[in-house]
Design a protein around this ligand. Structure first.
Ligand code: PLP
Length: 383
């Protein structure tokens, strides 16, 4: 494959995760599969058909450009929901093509109305309400005007949902704040229904909320990280397994990231490796150069910290991670040669590098590492 590394997407692992989620959350809860940030680095074009095969018919993205990519890939009957940014042309496109979107600003509502009149099609909107995260969403005072605009133009709006987002459901530290948000959301739902607007779907939960606070599941959940085989936080996982007999992880990792050895050389005792004096060989070493660096998404903060798999063994990344290269210590693998496979994330010969393991010691979230995997790294579906 072209490129200095490639990403494999494990089709059967993804189907397994989605089937588990469907079964666990129950038939009454619709799943919107969250595939913003290029499906958390997995690749929108690779991800969508597999998820559809597993029965997903609703996808959530952040922006209009992502929605257009999903639109080109999805089946005709599958729905798309944009949770964040859209420019006026994208709102026009969304209304014309029946794409759903969050409304959290008055001007967006007006724009939707204008486009609906032009296309003679109702705008499919989800009204986002502020419940305590203090990010996007209408506060009660603004909702009054929103209700008026919608009620004055009933044929121009299809109110698909009423939604909000929790400020950190993955940590027990935010428990009280989340409980308050649930209460506030339920009040606002009643309030809006009393004013003659009945949203089709109540939805508030991301992965962590859906697993930890069953009350938040309502009619639909917006599930991102779990589908890819990661838990939002160790706490969410502990909360989940503690009531179960089976303590092992029910989720499977979907993504493998692979490259190969580009060069091998010897370094004498007392020499420094890579830029500066970050790493000194304290004895004679053999090192392997791998053509993956921070420009490819391998974080600089993994300098002297990361591990990669070569020849089925976990070996340390030594020295500073460069823009396009990293260096691994292969002194203990005498057979290693140019062209050998290097696994940056995934499995090789029974050994494993899980993203979570380096996210833990790197103190960086899984979300960030995944989302930073570049668009142009080739992706290939396996299994
Ligand atoms: C990203 C996002 C989600 C999904 O979050 P996960 O933790 O990955 O499940 C849900 N809702 C909104 C509004 C989001 O931005």
């Amino acid at each position: 494959m072209a490129g200095t590394s490639h990403i494999e997407i494990d089709r059967s692992a993804l189907i397994h995760n989605l089937q588990f989620l469907k079964q666990y959350l129950g038939e009454d809860v619709k799943i919107s599969s969250v595939i913003k940030a290029n499906a958390y680095g997995h690749g929108i074009e690779e991800f969508v058909p597999i998820a559809e095969e597993a029965g997903i018919n609703h996808f959530s993205v952040f922006s209009g450009d992502e929605a257009q990519r999903v639109y080109k890939t999805k089946k005709a009957a599958t729905d798309i929901m944009v949770m964040g940014w859209m420019n006026p042309e994208e709102i026009d496109w969304a209304v014309a093509n029946g794409v759903e979107f969050f409304v959290f600003e008055r001007d967006k509502l007006e724009e939707a109305l204008k486009c609906s009149r032009e296309h003679e099609k109702p705008a499919k909107i989800h009204i986002e309400v502020e419940t305590g995260m203090n990010r996007t969403g209408f506060i009660k005072k603004d909702l009054q005007e929103v209700v008026k605009v919608i009620n004055d133009n009933r044929e121009h709006f299809q109110v698909k949902g009423l939604c909000t987002h929790y400020a950190g459901a993955e940590s027990i530290a935010n428990h009280v704040r989340v409980q308050k948000q649930i209460k506030k959301y339920n009040k606002l739902y009643k309030w809006i229904v009393n004013r003659g607007i009945v949203p089709e779907l109540r939805h508030t939960a991301c992965s962590a909320a859906a697993m930890t606070y069953p009350r938040t599941r309502m009619d639909m959940v917006r599930i991102g990280i779990l589908q890819y085989g990661f838990w939002p936080s160790p706490e969410t996982f502990i909360h989940f397994v503690h009531k179960r007999m089976e303590k092992s992880d029910v989720l499977k990792r979907v993504l493998n990231w692979k490259s190969q050895v580009m060069s091998i050389k010897k370094v004498g005792s007392g020499e420094f490796v890579s830029y500066g004096t970050y790493y000194m060989a304290t004895e004679e070493k053999r090192i392997a150069i791998v053509p993956v660096g921070y420009s490819h998404g391998y974080s600089r903060s993994l300098s002297n910290q990361g591990r990669v798999l070569i020849d089925g063994q976990r070996v340390p990344v030594i020295g500073i991670v460069n823009m396009n290269m990293l260096i691994a210590d292969v002194s203990l693998i005498p057979d290693v040669k140019k062209g050998d496979e290097v696994v940056l994330i995934g499995e090789q010969g029974g050994a494993k590098i899980t993203l979570a393991s380096f996210a833990d010691f790197n103190n960086q979230l899984n979300y960030e590492l995944l989302a930073r995997l570049p668009l142009d790294t080739p992706r290939k579906v396996i299994n």
